[in-house]
Every structure is written in structure tokens, then in C-alpha cells.
Design a protein around this ligand. Structure first.
Ligand code: ATP
Length: 315
């Protein structure tokens, strides 16, 4: 495929995500777990600027601690750019300038958002125009959460979380986030969940040989989303990774309890953690909770969802 540069600089914005519901099934033969996830994209974004270059390079800055983000070929955004170039036969490279607002290794899919943004930015910069379906396929090769960062909104993910179907959500949901500087490794949290399940003689997943429970999203979650009802949603949220994340980071329990007693409808660990997400009744309640948590010396962010997936902002 021949490609041509269509811009000097492209700016793309991609959202972080929350898992409103996350059921983890048994570990599969390939080492991955089957999951059922209800994702919501929230108004905490990654900004990525792409500029033509002979090589593939990245610079990283942001409002969060970015010291744990690799600036070499391990960077997920750079891998995304290389993958698109290979797929399309684009001859040149790109310089990516990433501004991060999503906590690193925080369970909110920040790296996946960077990868999604890089795919959309390079596709626009290089004029490769591969189409949404191909971008999603490439995204899924980079990580289970990348297709959702492309899609945004609210969606159900099955398989590894990358087989997506949009879900109807009415109105907006207001969340207060409590990020933590020190991240948690997603593979470690899954491994810890497996250990806890083994110790408890099977936990929520049947262990009999040959029997595999296929995880699925509680229909009550979908109903609450359709109705735009945060109170009903609060009764149905679930995260199978929460026990493992809290066991690895017991100090999160105090913050969860404080949020729960300060007006949140419900508090939960976001994905593999350690970010905590509190669902509130409306924007006003979220503001009150944010003030209470800030007064207790914590960094609390008020965000809302659903918001759009990776989008070109300017070019
Ligand atoms: P996951 O999507 O696996 O649940 P997470 O949301 O908890 O992860 P991320 O911020 O996406 O956390 O990063 C996980 C790890 O991926 C980081 O510790 C980092 O080493 C690596 N990584 C690679 N590229 C990036 C990137 N562009 N931004 C952030 N982390 C990256």
C-alpha cells in the first residue's frame, strides 16, 4: 500500500476506562483468563501528538508520575505505530509526544489509551485510512483494552475483554477517582487471584477438569445503565480482581471505607487497581465527595462517563 503524509502534526485524545463489572473466569490453556467486562470510558484523557519522522521515537510527560513508562520499543504507543506501518507498508516513522493524565499501572488502561491514540494519529498522519475494523484488529494484537479505548462509550467485553459490543447508557455517571502513585502490575494481580482461588478450593470458578464457566455480565448492570440509574448500578458493580488487589495493597481498604462513608453510592477498585473509583448519585454529590477526600489529604478527581473513544482533535 502506498501512503502519503497528509499533515505535519496530528493531535489525538483517548480516554481512560473503568470496569463497572469484571468477572474473571478460569485460566485458559494459553495462560489468559476469560473475562466478562462492562467498560465505561471516562473523562480522564491521554493526549498524543504525532509528527512525521524518519525513525520511531517517543517522549512522555504528564500530570502523573511517568517514570515507570518505557520510552523505547516497549512503549505500547510506539509498538502501535510500528504495527500500523508494517501493516500498511508506510515507509517513514513517527515521533509521538504523549501527555499522560491516566495514572500509570493504575488499572485504568492508560497504556492502552496511548496505543489507541497512536493508531488513530498515525492513520491520520500517514493517510493510511485502514478503517475502524482494521484498527480494532490491530489494537487487539497490542492489548485486550486497546479496542475499547478506540471505541469508547460503554461496552461489554468478552473473551480476553477485546470482543466488544456497545451497551446503551442513558445520561451521565459521575465518579470520583483516588489514584495512587505506586502502580500494581496487572499480571501480578491475576496471579494473586489464582493463588487465592486455589487456596479457597476453587473460589467462584469451577475447577473440575473439563468444566469451564463462561463469565458473563450481570443483566442488572445493563438494565441500570440503560435506565441511567446510578443507585441501581451501585448495587450491581463487581470486580473479581478487587480481593486480590486489596490483599496486595491492604492500605486501600481504609480509603475505600472513607469514600463509602462519605456519600459514595459504592466504591471499588478500578480494574487491577490500585486506583479506587467511587460512583456517586450526581455531579453535586461527586463534588462533595471530592472535597471531603481532598480535605483528608488525598488527591481526588471528579470524572464522568461515558465519553468518546480515541478521536482526532486537530491536524
Ligand atoms: P492494564 O491495561 O494492563 O490493566 P494499567 O491500566 O494498570 O494496565 P498502564 O498504565 O496501561 O496500566 O501500564 C501498565 C504497564 O505498561 C506500565 O507499568 C508500563 O511499564 C507499560 N507501558 C508500556 N507502554 C506504556 C504507555 N504508553 N503508558 C503507560 N504504560 C506503558
Amino acid at each position: 500500500m502506498t501512503t502519503h503524509l497528509v499533515a505535519d502534526r496530528v493531535h489525538v485524545r483517548a480516554p481512560g476506562k473503568l470496569n463497572l463489572f469484571f468477572e474473571v473466569g478460569d485460566v485458559q490453556a494459553d495462560g489468559y483468563h476469560d473475562v466478562a467486562s462492562a467498560y465505561q470510558a471516562v473523562s480522564l484523557y491521554e493526549d498524543v501528538w504525532a509528527e512525521p519522522s524518519d525513525d520511531f521515537t517517543v517522549s512522555i510527560a504528564g500530570a502523573v508520575d511517568v517514570s515507570g513508562v518505557p520510552a523505547d520499543d516497549r512503549n505500547l504507543a510506539l509498538r502501535a505505530a510500528r504495527l500500523l506501518a508494517k501493516k500498511t507498508g508506510h515507509a517513514g516513522g513517527v515521533h509521538l509526544d504523549i501527555h499522560k493524565y491516566v495514572p500509570v499501572a493504575g488499572g485504568m488502561g492508560g497504556g492502552s489509551a496511548d496505543a489507541a491514540a497512536a493508531l488513530v494519529a498515525c492513520d491520520a498522519l500517514w493517510g493510511t485510512d485502514v478503517g475502524t475494523a482494521e484498527l480494532h484488529r490491530l489494537g487487539a494484537r497490542l492489548g485486550a483494552d486497546v479496542p475499547f479505548a478506540l471505541m469508547g462509550g460503554t461496552a461489554i467485553g468478552t473473551g480476553r475483554g477485546d470482543q466488544l459490543n456497545p451497551a446503551l447508557a442513558k445520561g451521565r455517571f459521575d465518579w470520583v477517582l483516588l489514584p495512587t502513585d505506586a502502580g500494581l502490575s496487572t499480571p501480578e494481580v491475576y496471579a494473586h487471584l489464582d493463588r487465592l482461588r486455589d487456596q479457597s478450593g476453587g473460589g467462584s470458578a469451577p475447577r473440575e477438569i473439563g468444566v469451564r464457566r463462561t463469565p458473563e455480565v450481570d443483566p442488572g448492570v445493563l438494565q441500570a445503565l440503560r435506565a441511567g440509574d446510578p443507585v441501581a448500578l451501585a448495587e450491581r458493580v463487581r470486580n473479581d480482581l478487587q480481593t486480590a488487589a486489596l490483599s496486595l495493597r491492604p492500605q486501600l481498604r481504609d480509603a475505600l471505607e472513607l469514600g463509602d462513608h462519605s456519600g459514595a453510592l459504592v466504591g471499588m477498585v478500578s480494574g487491577s487497581g490500585p486506583t479506587l473509583a467511587f460512583l456517586t448519585a450526581d455531579a453535586e454529590s461527586a463534588l462533595e465527595l471530592q472535597v471531603t477526600l481532598s480535605a483528608a489529604g488525598m488527591t481526588a478527581l471528579h470524572v464522568h462517563g461515558p465519553v468518546a473513544g480515541a478521536r482526532v482533535m486537530s491536524m
